[in-house]
Design a binder for this molecule. Structure first.
Ligand SMILES: NC(=O)c1ncn([C@@H]2O[C@H](COP(=O)(O)O)[C@@H](O)[C@H]2O)c1NC=O
Length: 508
């Protein structure tokens, strides 16, 4: 069968929004419509004639709607092959009407779980008849056109208008493919619900994807599986690249830990912050973030925890930067930022970051819980004779939040709510510290009175010794080394204060 005209339809949809113009069109085109309870009432209320599935099957909907369409008169009508004489003879013999359109929108299982429904509510949202209608119609795409989700209503209406109710074999096959995407996604969520806390099985389904210009490098292909629209409103600029997405992820996760703080601005390069400052105004926060490393900031990813105002936008405009992210933009600020054609401007929606993270390795996937610990001053255990002052504690919290979002091994140096420099992704902690000191000095920062944060414990006192020589006098680290006391003794002998958090923050 190639091109076929829709003559009869079975419609059973949970979400009726957007259905009215479709059934009106089908009615205009002379299509005979069969439908289940709620859908049938909806269609009847539009003044459109509709047959009850109950009349076709001679059974009412039973068991509280658990069985409505599960009947040979329905499934025979969908699964029969138009070019198979035996099939057609059996339709006649058992008085089964043939359907050439099936429209389904499944019970909202995923949403019911996400909204914290009770176990009983969730179980009742496991669609049986709908998923069977989808499976049957998709199998018989040769003869049957299938709409398997509300997400397809708009496209289908367009198709009905443009092709006067005719569908091609290729179109039906495409919709069948889309249907198996819908049904497998649905079943993945059901399985994961049942499998919570049980034997780990890696079963994920992300039905939306975006083909990227390329991967990490132009000779690598890249795809993003996900839904950026759920997280951002993109107001301007070119398509996000693979590397942009990695940086945007790092920026959003970093700012998540500063979102409730005073105005904070961060500049990131290659997933690490090269500038970050918290100030009374966003303008000052931007200036001091940029001062952290104006060289690395070129081509960076910018993120703010407050609305970007005109003055800040005017200053940002002097910098070549790939992406600017904020919860809001002042209208005039937006105009200024849009003056650069390619600059990507994203409004970040209120989001909840996934609790689990995945990455591929070798022939498998590593999964872990997101690092959800963010220490406040209450988490600090002072282990030296000297305790940090209240202001130093604030800087320790600030530096420790940064360390959590910087590639290991890392040391972060900060003072007065400003990132002075960090050592990132080094093979030793001493290298990380030396890198940070070198960088801070190259931008003329005075390290006297700065604080040092380390992502993991100090097995030797070498880091506190180097820090002390530069006037860095306050330290936050997880603690937990059998040789902790060497670092503590050095600090005590040199009037340094050190606190332990008890939590390591590796980021590989
Ligand atoms: N039990 C069945 O035979 C059955 N047949 C269709 N459904 C679902 O019932 C819903 C539509 O119901 P109504 O037309 O009564 O509003 C759709 O989400 C459809 O997927 C069924 N419900 C659940 O399995």
């Amino acid at each position: 069968m190639s091109n076929t005209k829709i003559k009869s339809a079975i419609i059973s949809v949970f979400n009726k929004e957007g259905l009215a113009p479709i059934v009106k069109k089908l009615d205009n085109q002379g299509v005979k419509i069969y439908s289940t309870g709620g859908t049938e009432s909806f269609i009847k209320d539009l003044g459109i004639s509709v047959e009850r599935v109950e009349d076709l099957t001679s059974y009412p909907s039973i068991l509280g709607g658990r069985v409505k369409t599960l009947h040979p008169k329905v499934f025979g009508g969908i699964l029969n092959r138009s070019e198979n004489t035996e099939d057609q003879n059996q339709l006649k013999k058992f008085e089964i009407p043939s359907f050439d359109l099936v429209m389904v929108d499944l019970y909202p299982f995923e949403e019911t779980v996400a909204n914290g429904g009770s176990h009983e509510e969730i179980i009742e949202k496991i669609d049986i008849g709908g998923i069977s209608l989808i499976r049957a119609a998709a199998k018989n795409y040769n003869d049957v056109m299938l709409i398997s989700s509300r997400d397809q209503y708009a496209d289908f209406l367009e198709l009905l208008n443009n092709q006067e109710g005719t569908t091609s074999l290729e179109q039906r096959k495409q919709y069948a493919k889309a249907a198996f995407n819908v049904s497998s996604h649905y079943d993945t969520h059901i399985f994961n619900y049942f499998n919570q806390g049980e034997t780990p099985v890696f079963k994920q389904s992300i039905p939306t994807a975006q083909v990227l210009r390329y991967g990490e490098n132009p000779h690598q292909e890249g795809v993003f599986y996900g839904d950026l629209e759920g997280i951002f409103d993109k107001l301007h600029g070119k398509e996000l690249s693979y590397n942009n997405l990695l940086d945007v992820d790092a920026a959003v996760c970093l700012m998540e830990d500063f979102k409730n703080d005073a105005p904070t601005f961060a500049i990131l390069k290659h997933n690490n912050a090269c500038g970050l400052a918290t100030r009374d105004t966003l303008l000052q926060a931007y200036k001091d973030a940029l001062a952290g490393d104006p060289v690395s900031a070129f081509g960076g990813i910018l993120i703010a925890n407050k609305e970007i105002d005109v003055d800040t936008a005017a200053l940002i405009n002097d910098l070549f930067c790939e992406v600017v992210i904020a919860p809001q933009f002042d209208a005039k600020a937006l105009e200024i930022l849009k003056s650069k054609k390619n600059r990507i401007i994203l409004v970040q929606k209120a989001i909840e970051l996934p609790k689990q993270q995945f990455r591929t390795i070798l022939n498998g996937v590593l999964a872990q819980d997101r690092d959800a610990i963010t220490e406040t001053v209450d988490a600090f255990e002072t282990v030296t004779h000297l305790a940090p002052t209240a202001a130093q504690k604030e800087d320790l919290v600030f530096a420790n939040k940064l360390v959590k979002h910087t590639k290991s091994n890392t040391i972060v140096l900060a003072k007065n709510g400003q990132l002075l420099a960090s050592g990132t992704g080094q093979t030793s902690r001493v290298d990380a510290l030396n890198q940070a000191i070198h960088k801070a000095k190259s931008f003329n920062f005075d390290l006297k009175g700065a604080v040092m944060a380390s992502d993991a414990f100090f097995p030797f006192p070498d880091c506190v010794e180097i820090a002390n020589k530069e006037g860095i006098n306050t330290v936050v680290q997880p603690g937990g080394s059998i040789k902790d006391k060497h670092s503590i003794e050095y600090c005590d002998a040199n009037k340094m204060a050190m606190v332990f958090t008890g939590n390591r923050h590796f980021k590989h």
